[in-house]
Design a protein. Structure first.
Length: 292
């Protein structure tokens, strides 16, 4: 009887301790969730740039969208959640910048007074260092990039995703309860369109509104003979938008200077020259639709 009572006490204590542990874990999770919500509540609009296909121009769109919004006077954040292939620091010529901390939170890199940038690229020793992480680790880093960064008050947060519908865009959708929506980037040819359709279905599944489709690398005007060539075919983005019942935002032509500007860390939208004219016009019309 005595022994049994003692044993009961012991298991009661174990149960109390594990209940306490659970309570602490729950309390920590709730505090973190509250902190995340506080940070997100100071950001008016959240745009996610994504695509089922790699190399179609997601980062180009994200960088130039963020810079244009900042040039219009908005307070902008640019968050690079491409953990394995961060290209934002290179495209803005801020590679090698080290992050500082304040109030136990990371300070984003100031590209301009009203434009803040965060990328895993700022944390790597060398640009070519690979990051070998599984899903849960990527989720927790993206959570930190949202919650533990001094973003402050922002009008727009632009999020650049890696290709596909994997851990990173899923984490963004799970962590941001009410994003404005996704800007889906494609190139015109069927091979890209098939993958990009999956991104739109992904958005539908995770309740992420689709703000629209951008067709990038859409035709090329030869600067020498002025002949127009549809290198990757034409019109696939508009046709797919219609089929999938999402808005079509516009097309950006292949422009030699876009790649050159990106390599030099200069967003093409602020590099005015005759070769960029058509792309700049196209891009501005896309942005008007996004901020209308
Ligand atoms: N309209 C364009 N004309 C010419 N070059 C372009 C155009 N758009 C993007 N590029 C170039 O194509 C390359 C791929 O673009 P970008 O890095 O933006 O694609 P991405 O979709 O982000 O790629 P990833 O899937 O690897 O993240 C870059 O060198 C970029 O400068
Ligand atoms: Mg990219």
């Amino acid at each position: 009887m005595f022994g049994k009572g003692k044993k009961d006490n012991g298991s009661q204590e174990t149960m109390n301790a594990s209940a306490q542990g659970m309570d602490q874990k729950k309390a920590k999770e709730m505090a973190e969730q509250q902190e995340l919500e506080n940070t997100l509540s100071k950001i008016k609009h959240k745009f996610v740039v994504l695509s089922g296909k790699g190399g179609v121009g997601k980062s180009t769109v994200a960088v130039n969208l963020a810079v244009t919004l900042s040039e219009k006077g908005y307070r902008v954040g640019l968050l690079d959640v491409d953990i394995h292939g961060p290209s934002i620091p290179k495209m803005l010529d801020i590679e090698g910048t080290r992050l500082t901390a304040e109030n136990e939170k990371l300070n984003p890199v100031l590209y301009k007074d009203n434009m803040k940038v965060i990328s895993i690229g700022f944390m790597l020793e060398k640009g070519e260092d690979p990051v070998i992480w599984r899903g849960p680790l990527k989720y927790s880093v993206i959570k930190q990039f949202l919650k533990d960064v001094n973003w402050g008050e922002l009008d727009y947060l632009v999020i650049d995703s890696p290709p596909g519908t994997g851990d990173e865009p899923l984490a963004v959708c799970q962590l941001i309860p009410e994003p404005d929506g996704a800007i889906v980037v494609t190139t015109p040819q069927e091979v890209a369109i098939i993958d990009v359709q999956k991104s739109i279905s992904f958005c539908n599944k995770v309740n992420m509104p689709v703000l629209g489709v951008v067709e990038n690398m859409s035709g090329f005007n030869c600067p020498h003979c002025n002949e127009h060539v549809d290198i990757f075919r034409a019109g696939g983005g508009a046709r797919m938008s219609e089929q999938m019942n999402v808005p079509f935002l516009g097309s950006i032509p292949i422009t030699l200077k876009i790649a050159e500007n990106a390599d030099m860390g200069k967003p093409f939208i602020s590099s005015e020259n005759s070769e960029n004219d058509a792309a700049i016009k196209a891009f501005e019309s896309i942005i008007e639709k996004l901020i209308k």
